[in-house]
Design a binder for this molecule. Structure first.
Ligand code: 6PG
Length: 267
């Protein structure tokens, strides 16, 4: 593994997605056990897309399942974003998380699995999920123990897409939004930058050559650039780790870039 420290982020470059996924599963276990030991609970937000499938599948394996036996009953599962589809739709991020992991972990109480209601009217689903988060965390400033994210080949993350108004609204009071995404001709549900940048730990999992150009651009500077939403995820106090494979990292240089790592993107 090659380690880069850029712009306040820890970037671990692993040979391939399998290795990066194993590392992600290990970090997941570490953070879950530490959260339970320190706070008696573990609250995590799962991503969508296909990259995280290998990691989630690993966590469903006996050795990881057993390693987390004490944590699962104290775990609350959320999602970072959702497509506006029913939960049994092949496009559903809830369905992906349930199929790859949660259906294999009966010790996570169903009452602690909180899907975004993609089947509802988007604005209503976003408002409901905001209220749910506030009541689960007991505050309008939730601190997730872990948020797992991917990055699209347009540098979107969660469902915050390039030039999204959510990039301007980083300091807004919304926890969850229902943006209309022009290129998809569809609404999405997504956590906003606010909870993302208040998390105790954020882990990105990125794989593939098709993401290398934008990954290099994300780390080229700390300047605002609405074409690069992933650049805006920089936890104010939490740990930011990027787990990337060699293909995605092929253009990343070890040269320090831009401003000091202590500067923070607008949140
Ligand atoms: C989604 C995801 C999205 C995803 C990226 C990367 O709903 O699609 O939440 O943000 O993480 O699109 O997707 P891949 O990992 O499949 O490339």
């Amino acid at each position: 593994m090659k380690l880069l420290l850029k712009n306040g982020a820890r970037i671990e470059i692993w040979r391939d997605l399998a290795e990066a996924s194993e590392r992600a599963a290990l970090l997941f276990c570490e953070i879950a056990l530490r959260s339970v030991a320190e706070r008696g609970r573990f609250r995590v937000a799962l991503p969508g897309g296909s990259t995280p499938k290998a990691m989630l599948t690993l966590l469903a394996r006996a050795e990881y399942r057993e390693a987390l036996a004490s944590a699962w009953p104290l775990t609350s599962v959320f999602w970072t974003d959702e497509r506006c589809v029913p939960p049994d739709d092949p496009q559903s991020n809830f369905r992906m998380g349930h199929e790859t992991l949660l259906r294999h972990i009966p010790s996570v109480p169903a009452s602690q699995i909180h899907r975004m209601r993609g089947e509802d009217l988007p604005e209503r689903a976003a408002a409901l999920y905001s209220s749910l988060i506030e009541s689960e965390f007991g505050t309008s400033d939730p601190v997730f123990d872990l948020i797992l994210l991917g990055m699209g080949d347009d540098a979107h993350t969660a469902s915050i897409f390039p030039h999204s108004p959510l990039l301007k609204d980083g300091t807004g009071d919304k926890l969850v939004a229902a943006p209309y995404v022009k290129k998809l001709r569809a609404h999405r549900l997504t956590l906003t930058l606010r909870p993302l940048n208040h998390a105790a730990n954020v882990i990105f999992l990125v794989s593939g050559k098709e993401k290398s150009t934008l990954l290099d651009k994300v780390f080229a500077s700390l300047e605002e650039d609405e074409a690069l939403p992933a650049r805006y995820v920089r936890p104010l106090e939490g740990e930011l780790t990027w787990l990337v494979d060699e293909e995605a990292a092929r253009l990343l240089s070890s040269e320090p870039s831009g401003l000091s790592p202590h500067a923070h993107a607008p949140v």
